[in-house]
Design a protein around this ligand. Sequence first.
Ligand SMILES: [Zn+2]
Ligand SMILES: [Zn+2]
Length: 257
Amino acid sequence: MLIDAHAHLDDEAFDADRGSVMQKIEEAGIMVINAGSDIETSEFSVELSQKHDFIYACIGIHPHEAAKAGGNYIETLRQMAECEKVVAIGEIGLDYHYDFCDRNAQKKVFLEQLELAKELDLPVVVHDREAHQDTLEILKKSGIKKGLMHCYSASLEMAEEFMKLGFYFSFGGTITFKNARRPKETASNLPLDRILLETDCPYLSPEPYRGKRNDPTKIKIIASALAGLRGLPVEDIKQATASNARSLFKLPQANNC
Ligand SMILES: [Zn+2]
Ligand SMILES: [Zn+2]
């Protein structure tokens, strides 16, 4: 069993053929944790999880969308989280690469959602792009105890700090890219019991599909890349990463979801 720990099947890139993409995922026996980015895509994520056994949902406001987090958005997320297929609050975090939203607004919305996750006893899925120090500080301040640093791009040293907070790390297409020295280094050296696999589809297609639309069936390529980096059989990688995803997101233990 392979588990794609971070995907956006709600994305408009799948509007034209979502049905057939879903069928291929099901045929390949892949389980997907689908992440929302705002209220609308979070609702879509929940709907997908209700339609398909092999999909679980995360709900949350992405830092790019922090300006949209008005009114009673926390209450809306709280109600959405009542669905049992909702397994985490995400994706949430900070993005200082694009800076689409004012940094103070990003921090405020991040912290408010961390507090919600704590209240609901759910893990969080964190997006941290070029904002490592602030991300770490806010996570510490929030007192959150479990979560996933998705598409992890900070250093191995910093990973130690996130691990102390009970965090896991997921790696995707970047570990197949030639020049991605840092993700390859962290993916090679972190304890295997802290690592998950993700596609972040429709983005970040692994080689040799770089630049094309990504989808969860390409998680196999990422599993093979990680197996190569760590010098382990791909079966060991599949088993360890699926077991890590099951324990972080409290997914059912059965092989068929
Ligand atoms: Zn992200
Ligand atoms: Zn994402």
